[in-house]
Write a protein that binds this ligand. Structure first.
Ligand code: ATP
Ligand code: MG
Length: 768
């Protein structure tokens, strides 16, 4: 149970903004007295809302300030939204407990938070201050080189498989020797690659995404004082989408949670969709074992979708065996039937979607309220073509992400080298791009020196220049490249971030190289590079406007920017307000839209070919379908193509078994000629029998604190408040000083107040 509250000194202790707009179960969760709390609930039931309100509630109650909160969200976008929502719940107060904008609050994704932690404590980890993050592509390039060095043929072991293996090991928190101990059947070659990969990363002062988390855990485990500091510091830890945490993330949360502090986890086992990336839904299941005193609260009212959409989701997920089991109900409208369209091929399917969206404009549905979801990124191209033809603006969320586009990565490589010359991945990318006469022979020589001496690529270049071993032209090319980077660094020093980027684009020759190419593609690349300058400007405004003289490091803003873009997994939010959103079903987790298209509903695509024969994978696919369906608020449209071109070949497909799992009578089939087949006896007014589960009043009771001197108020009692005047108590939760009272004031309407501190007196008269 929580200790005695340390109420802050608000005259009215008005917590209306925090407790209003919640249902009983949500309010029970927000105000739970338990140290550890798990909110286990279906899609759209307000888990994220509860998390945000609980954060505000706990800050209010404990007087904790933003620096004492650790909140983990699934995307960077969600963390920004959370900050904004907590700020608005806290109203306009201006005291120490208030959340403050900027980058000091510990609200973020697992990766962004652990990365920040490593930056702060890099000296303890053996990393240099300017360590860099390897993304998936850098990792693959490094592994290709490494396979070559170890004499591993592609047919024996593909670099992509090594990358997958290493990531899975790190997700489980396993180092090479532990992987071997855990699974004696694992291919010895894989362990050898993993081991050598680690050595190279250490020498090059780089870490990959998985390493960020694993290194953080190890650092805390090996430094008890540091662990103690953070355990004491984070009074409240909150985690959204808990069902998708992997072992090492779970380990980190458990490490940081001090038994005297609070831990709030929210999740839905039916939405666990990252098993393939090491997430383990067991973490939800073992909550009681981890925290025997913890409380589990279930929310079952859905506020997002129509009855039809919800019933469809419930029906489909009901086919899974491996569930904790729960049902969602809604008090909302029945809504329209689910539309299903079968195209004869993927082009026809895409045209249908584009025309359908065009028609929606007559219903005044904004583009940004529409999402097209697909199972695989490759599906987007045909959909994009159809949208372009119909002049429908769209944006790909998480597809070829902005920061992963070739030209952007090259520009970032130059910027990374300004910060650290020892960044091998960056140097490897642009040492001869744009072409500057540093040929394959020179590069082979450089790599040889790197390997022999165990040094960075940059240092190997230095040795080569000093030894004057290279032929005249190669020598001067390499020398000029060195000068180029030195000049860049010199020129950028002290400039604003956008100016640094501009200078880099010009001096590196990148802009000129693309300008000399013709065609639309080159033009797009130039536009993207210009967009990078804007991104730099926006970054500086967001993070550095209120931070003055925080550091005298000339490239602090640049480094911070590079870190941020390195961690930006799935978000390119430019213009998202006025465009249709295209994304994979995985990327749509946690989001909601008025209209959702689930495309490619075909066996072999969704569910994927790999999962059809495997019952465990099949259940994960079905959960993904559940996630997709529950993103929709008002309209759900599902489409499939009878033939689809995959890898250049047409394949015949049958419609997805998930379509057959939809409840009878909820589907409206749209035929090729545009006719509709409505379900028999469809009546949008008729109601489907949704049972509201019974919550008992006793569920909401909280034990009375025997030391409390607060008078017990009752529902129906009239009271007088120093500021709000006369009112009547219309609801009460809890007892004693922690009791929450909902009071209907004559003058100011309904308010929630805390009995323990609100200046309230029982009043004898209440006149209407
Ligand atoms: P998901 O499982 O998809 O992440 P969730 O459980 O986190 O969903 P939220 O996103 O918090 O659900 O809420 C779903 C929608 O319902 C949001 O639009 C939210 O504003 C609304 N909502 C939640 N609770 C209430 C409530 N008590 N009153 C009105 N609207 C609510
Ligand atoms: Mg949510």
């Amino acid at each position: 149970m929580l200790g005695k509250p340390r109420f802050s000194e608000y005259k009215t202790m008005d917590v209306t903004s925090i407790l209003a707009d919640l249902n009983d179960a949500q309010r029970q969760a927000v105000t739970s007295e338990h140290q550890e709390l798990l909110v286990l609930a279906g899609a759209g039931s307000g888990k994220t809302r509860v998390l945000v309100h609980r954060m505000a509630w706990l800050m209010e109650l404990s007087g904790a300030n933003y620096a004492q909160i650790l909140a983990v969200t699934f995307t960077n976008k969600a963390s920004r939204e959370m900050r904004e929502r907590v700020l608005s719940l806290q109203g306009n107060r201006d005291d120490g407990a208030r959340m403050q904008p900027g980058h000091s609050s510990w609200i973020g994704t697992f990766h962004s938070l652990c990365h920040r932690f490593l930056r702060q404590h890099h000296t303890l980890t053996g990393l240099n201050a300017d360590f860099q993050i390897l993304d998936g592509e850098d990792q693959l390039r490094l592994l290709k080189r490494l396979h070559k060095e170890l004499g591993i043929e592609e047919t024996e072991l593909a670099p992509a498989l090594s990358r997958w293996f290493i990531s899975r090991q790190k997700d489980q928190g396993l180092r090479p020797h532990e992987s071997r101990e855990k699974d004696s059947d694992v291919q010895p070659r894989l362990i050898e690659v993993y081991q050598r990969y680690e050595e190279i990363c250490r020498k090059s002062n780089v870490i990959d995404f998985g390493e960020i988390l694993l290194r953080t855990c190890e650092l805390l485990e090996q430094n008890p004082d540091l662990l103690k500091y953070y355990q004491n510091r984070f009074e409240h830890i909150l985690v959204d989408e808990f069902q998708d945490t992997n072992d090492v993330q779970h380990r980190w949360i458990k490490l940081l949670h001090h038994p005297k502090h609070t831990l709030t986890l929210v999740g839905d086992d039916d939405q666990s969709i990252y098993g393939w990336r090491g997430a383990r839904v067991e973490h939800i299941r073992q909550f009681n074992r981890d925290f025997p005193e913890g409380e589990i609260i279930r929310l079952e009212q859905n506020y997002r979708s129509t009855q039809v959409i919800l019933e469809a989701a419930n029906h489909i997920i009901g086919h899974n065996q491996d569930r904790l089991g729960k049902n969602l109900w809604t008090a909302g409208a029945k809504g329209e039937p689910i539309q299903v369209y079968g195209g004869f091929n993927e082009v026809d399917e895409a045209r249908f979607v584009a025309s359908h969206i065009e028609r929606l404009q007559q219903e005044n549905i904004n583009y940004d309220e529409i999402a097209i979801l697909y199972r695989s990124n490759a599906q987007s191209r045909v959909l994009e073509d159809a949208l372009i033809q119909k002049n429908v603006p769209y944006k790909i969320y998480g597809g070829v992400r902005f920061f992963e586009r070739a030209e952007i990565k090259s520009a970032l490589a130059y910027l990374r080298l300004i910060c650290s010359r020892d960044d091998d991945a960056a140097l490897d990318r642009i040492i001869n791009f744009p072409t500057r006469g540093i040929g394959d022979k020179t590069l082979d020589l450089i790599r040889q020196i790197m390997r022999d001496r165990g040094i960075s690529m940059w240092k190997a270049c230095c040795i080569l220049i000093e030894s004057k071993e290279l032929a005249g032209r190669s020598h001067s090319s390499l020398n000029q490249f060195f000068n180029l980077l030195d000049n860049l660094e010199e020129e950028c020093k002290g400039k604003s971030l956008d100016r640094q980027i501009e200078i880099t684009l010009q001096r590196s020759g990148l802009l000129t190289a693309y300008q000399s190419e013709r065609g639309e593609k080159a033009q797009t690349r130039i536009e993207n590079l210009q967009e990078l300058v804007s991104a730099g400007k926006a970054h500086e405004q967001e993070f550095y406007s209120d931070v003055t003289n925080e550091t005298d490091h000339a490239f602090e803003a640049l480094r911070n920017f590079l870190d941020d873009v390195g961690l930006e997994f799935s978000e390119n939010e430019k213009d998202s307000r006025t465009t249709v959103q295209l994304m994979t079903m995985h990327a749509a987790k946690g989001l909601e839209f008025a209209v959702v298209y689930l495309t490619g509903m075909e066996n072999g695509l969704f569910p994927s070919a790999a999962s059809i024969q495997d019952p465990i994978k099949m259940e994960e696919e079905r959960r993904l379908c559940y996630v997709g369906i529950t993103r929709a608020r008002q309209k759900l449209v599902m489409t499939y193509a009878e033939q689809r071109r995959i890898y250049g070949e047409y394949r015949m497909h049958t419609r997805s078994k998930f379509l057959n799992e939809l409840p009878d009578g909820y589907i409206e089939e749209i035929r090729l000629n545009g006719t509709l087949r409505r379900p028999v006896s469809w009546n949008s007014q008729s109601s489907i029998s949704f049972e509201r589960p019974n919550y008992h009043d006793s569920d909401l009771e909280i034990n009375q604190d025997p030391e409390s001197s607060t008078p017990e108020f009752r529902v129906g009692q009239t009271v007088h408040h120093e500021i709000f005047g006369e009112g009547m108590i219309i609801a009460k939760e809890g007892r004693g000083e922690r009791a929450r009272l909902q009071i209907r004031f004559k003058r100011v309407g309904d308010k929630w107040l805390l009995a323990g501190v609100a200046p309230l007196k029982a009043s004898p008269v209440f006149s209407n």
